[in-house]
Design a protein around this ligand. Structure first.
Ligand code: G4P
Length: 276
């Protein structure tokens, strides 16, 4: 971990702007806990990717929240190339003073250099490829592997480092682990599906009750059951008899497929300290 962090810090010296990529469904859980120490004062754009899967109202709150810390922030859908073209504009806005200075020294089109940083699976490679409008094999930083870095052009004055910085989420925090597992950000082998499935059941019945009710054809009596009894009921209803693990797996699968609609697992609140 320290090695990955050092590599990212080394690369940071070469860039003007950091694109910190997070999953809009889990903006804080999908951040590296040391990100602020690593990035320091470098101008930063918080990119809330996968906005197509997230709750639009809560995404707006997150964008405002990050702007409150002095970052630029934008919600995008990289897979469908939505709003990506605003990233170079935001970067140029952040670097306006440097651009003006360079122009005053006679540099006609000063280039801004940026790199993507984020935990695995938030969409760094997709963003990079969409921004440069090509498909490059994105390898990321692998400890011990050095390769010549290249600058890829998004446009004449905005360039991106070809290797994104890959850092890790705070795995040891159980709630973060559950959120990342439910959205599919971490491998299926590293979590217990019964725990994550139960978390999904509790979360969706409480926060997106109507979509959850509709998805599983539940009535008011079903919704009055305790969480454990509802899991038992759903397992039977879906033909899994008393195999609750299979029902838990189904809930995880359905959450990832968007069967309960667009959702966001966390809201910006006082306990989410962007400076932590
Ligand atoms: P990474 O470099 O940060 O590890 O992430 P990567 O770009 O590989 O993206 C991880 C997964 O997220 C990919 O799906 C990718 O298609 C998907 N993705 C990226 N951006 C968006 C987005 O804005 N919206 C949605 N809905 N999905 C997005 P995959 O299933 O792993 O691969 P594939 O099915 O695309 O081949």
């Amino acid at each position: 971990m320290a090695k990955a962090r050092n590599q990212v810090q080394e690369k940071l010296k070469q860039v003007d702007v950091v694109l910190e990529i997070v999953d809009a469904r889990t903006p804080e859980a999908s951040r590296n806990p040391m990100m602020n120490q690593i990035v320091g004062q470098k101008p930063r754009i918080m990119v809330l990717n996968k906005q197509d899967l997230a709750d639009p109202e809560i995404t707006k709150q997150w964008v405002a929240y990050y702007k409150g810390f002095g970052y630029e922030a934008i919600a995008i859908d990289a897979q469908h190339a939505k709003r990506l073209n605003q990233i170079p504009q935001l970067a140029k806005k952040l670097m306006a003073a440097k651009i003006a200075k360079q122009k005053s020294r006679g540099i006609k089109n000063p280039a801004i250099r940026a790199m993507c940083i984020g935990i695995p699976n938030v969409g760094k490679s997709t963003i990079l490829n969409r921004l440069i409008k090509k498909n490059v094999a994105v390898t990321g930083n692998r400890p011990g592997v050095t390769k010549n870095q290249q600058w890829l052009k998004a446009d004449e004055t905005f360039q991106l480092l070809d290797t994104p910085g890959i850092l890790w989420p705070k795995f040891e925090d159980e709630m973060i682990g559950k959120k990342l597992a439910l959205t599919g950000a971490i491998a299926d082998s590293v979590y217990q599906e019964d725990i994550v499935g139960m978390y999904g059941l509790q979360f969706f019945r409480e926060n997106y009750t109507e979509s959850f009710r509709r998805a599983y054809g539940l009535n008011a009596d079903d919704l009055a059951l305790s969480d454990a009894d509802l899991m038992i009921h759903l397992a039977k209803k879906n033909g899994f008899a008393d195999n609750y693990n299979r029902m838990a797996e189904r809930i995880i699968f359905d959450a990832r497929q968007g069967k309960f609609g667009r959702y966001t697992l966390e809201k910006p609140e006082a306990e989410n300290d962007a400076n932590a």
